[in-house]
Design a binder for this molecule. Structure first.
Ligand SMILES: C[S@@+](CC[C@H](N)C(=O)[O-])C[C@H]1O[C@@H](n2cnc3c(N)ncnc32)[C@H](O)[C@@H]1O
Length: 282
């Protein structure tokens, strides 16, 4: 990169940094309330709306549907963890008889309920997916289930990811399958901000409410994070790889802005049960 360009990049980063520092202070103060603050301010979802990742991009929706068709037992319910306004929960309800979306934000669940009016297969509840006891209670009620999780692990700190994995194990039992889809953007949070529209040192409009609510910047969730969170000996891989995800293009130039993503399809085996000689998988 030419020197002037490098300098321009560091100036832009310098301008973006104070906003991010304020956000991380807020995050420490607010903890879980951040997501509720964000969702309580959302007035419009979908393309052209206020939720960066809710771009309703058809290729990704169809791909998720096809993966679920291929791997999920259609007789089992599906639980969508961290469902937000329920875009993917509704999608899965087209094929599965019972689909439950859960989110820690009551305002997200209110929106999801409104947007799912008239869809009897879908229901929602407020639940912290990093609370293994709450996940076990849900498992006792409706398990075993297939689990869908999109865009949650990459904004969850590593210690909490382990709690989420513990809860997913309880939900899936030995017959449920897990489809996870996460962003795997290469680069630090500043590079991400710039990529999604943070030119001229400004925090992009759709990111501002997230920063203001103290939501942590997205981290990369790809194979190394998968291996740490879901060790292959107890989580055999049925499939995994890269996928293109989308967010709203804030310049309005394109229907969506592509973001590199990572997916995995897993099943769970309890300790001592993986003695079949089957390899842990991809
Ligand atoms: C980036 S959004 C993704 C929403 C949805 N899965 C989608 O792809 O459209 C992350 C969602 O996870 C929720 N969330 C984050 N941590 C959570 C937790 N510990 N328990 C439940 N929900 C959580 C947030 O409230 C937010 O709705």
């Amino acid at each position: 990169m030419p020197a002037w360009e490098e300098e321009a990049v560091s100036v832009r980063k310098f301008l973006l940094l104070p906003g991010l520092i304020r956000a991380s202070v807020r995050l420490r103060r607010q903890g879980a309330r951040g997501w509720e603050q964000f969702w309580s301010g959302v007035r419009r979802t979908g393309p052209g709306g206020e939720v960066l990742w809710d771009v309703a991009e058809r290729t990704e929706l169809d791909w998720c549907q096809a993966q679920a068709d291929q791997h999920f037992d259609p007789a089992l319910p599906v639980v969508d963890l961290g469902c937000g306004n329920g875009r993917f929960t509704r999608l899965l309800a087209a094929r599965f008889p019972v689909v439950v979306g859960v989110d820690m934000s009551a305002s997200a669940i209110r929106l999801a309920d409104i947007e799912s009016a008239g869809q009897p297969r879908v229901s929602y509840r407020v639940l912290d997916v990093a609370d293994p006891d709450a996940m076990r209670t849900l498992a006792d009620e409706i398990g075993p289930v297939n689990v869908f999780i999109r865009g949650v692990l990459h904004i969850t700190p590593p210690d909490k990811r382990v709690n989420i994995a513990e809860g997913i194990a309880a939900l899936a039992g030995d017959s449920g399958r897990v489809l996870l889809v996460e962003t795997a953007f290469e680069g630090d949070p500043l590079a991400y901000l710039e990529y999604v529209g943070g030119g001229h040192g400004r925090i992009p409009a759709l990111v501002r409410p997230l920063v203001g609510a103290g939501i942590p910047p997205p981290r990369r969730f790809a194979r190394p994070e998968l291996d740490r969170t879901f060790p292959a000996d107890s989580w055999p891989r049925l499939d995994s790889g890269t996928i293109e995800m989308g967010v709203i293009d804030q310049d309005g130039q394109r229907p969506f802005l592509p973001i590199p993503g990572f997916f995995a399809v897993l099943r769970h085996v309890a300790a001592g049960d993986n003695e079949s000689g089957n390899p842990p998988g991809r």
